[in-house]
Design a protein around this ligand. Structure first.
Ligand SMILES: [Zn+2]
Length: 225
């Protein structure tokens, strides 16, 4: 139990550091956020502890409305009413976010599990297995791929296919479909490589990904013209 107590001590030390050092430096920001939020972005990513959405996007409190779960999954509308669908409805319908990002990542445990949902190691994780069924269509694109043969590149391809599948599911949510039809919303998929510290943007038409820097240049050019 000492380990648990030490962890808690470290967490509370972090809280004290936040209260003593970080908060005073950002007091105005926190005061401005005290009673309202209007984040421009809904960011959907994996629950994996190695992903820090605010760090990789260099955003501040109040800028990202977050949904996190195992495998950055968005069940198709109607399949499952729960935290994901209600957060999407609220973000789009009330907060009027203008962008939705679904961000997958390297070495995702959920994607490794997706490679073989019938594996006995998932027998003790029935909820995870059922949840990952929402990503099964992504695996179907790699029907020949055996779990034991999947190297980093194959897992990356599966991860990107899953992001594209979840974007498709996202469009089945009425709030999203409506906002897209009115041109009030854009949605896109990202892939984050933890080891390299690189983000790629996945083109949902071609299925290919390109570095964030390249995407940035394209968007800047488009803005000029
Ligand atoms: Zn993950």
């Amino acid at each position: 139990m000492a380990f648990h107590r030490n962890t808690l001590i470290e967490l509370l030390e972090g809280v004290c550091k936040f209260e003593d050092e970080v908060y005073p430096k950002n007091k105005e920001l926190f005061h401005s956020l005290a009673y309202d939020q209007s984040p421009p972005i809904l960011f959907i990513t994996c629950a994996d502890s190695r992903i820090s959405p605010s760090m990789i996007t260099q955003t501040e409190p109040g800028e990202l409305f977050l949904i996190r779960n195992v495998g950055n999954i968005v069940p198709a509308y109607g399949n499952m009413v729960g935290g994901v669908s209600s957060a999407i409805e609220y973000a789009v319908g009330v907060l009027k976010v203008r962008n939705i990002i679904i961000c997958g990542h390297s070495n995702c445990g959920a994607m490794h599990a997706l490679l073989d949902l019938n594996h006995s190691k998932l027998d003790s994780l029935p909820t995870v297995r059922q949840w990952l069924r929402n990503a099964e269509a992504a695996k179907a694109q790699f029907s020949e791929l055996k779990a034991e043969d999947a190297g980093p590149e194959e897992v990356r391809s599966l991860t990107e296919a899953n992001v594209l599948l979840q974007l498709t599911h996202l469009k089945t949510h009425p709030a999203v479909a409506g906002a897209l039809a009115r041109n009030e919303l854009s949605i896109e998929g990202w892939y984050y490589d933890i080891k390299k510290g690189k983000v790629s943007v996945i083109d949902d038409l071609t299925g290919k990904s390109r570095p964030a820097r390249e995407e940035l240049e394209i968007l800047r050019e488009r803005k000029k013209s």
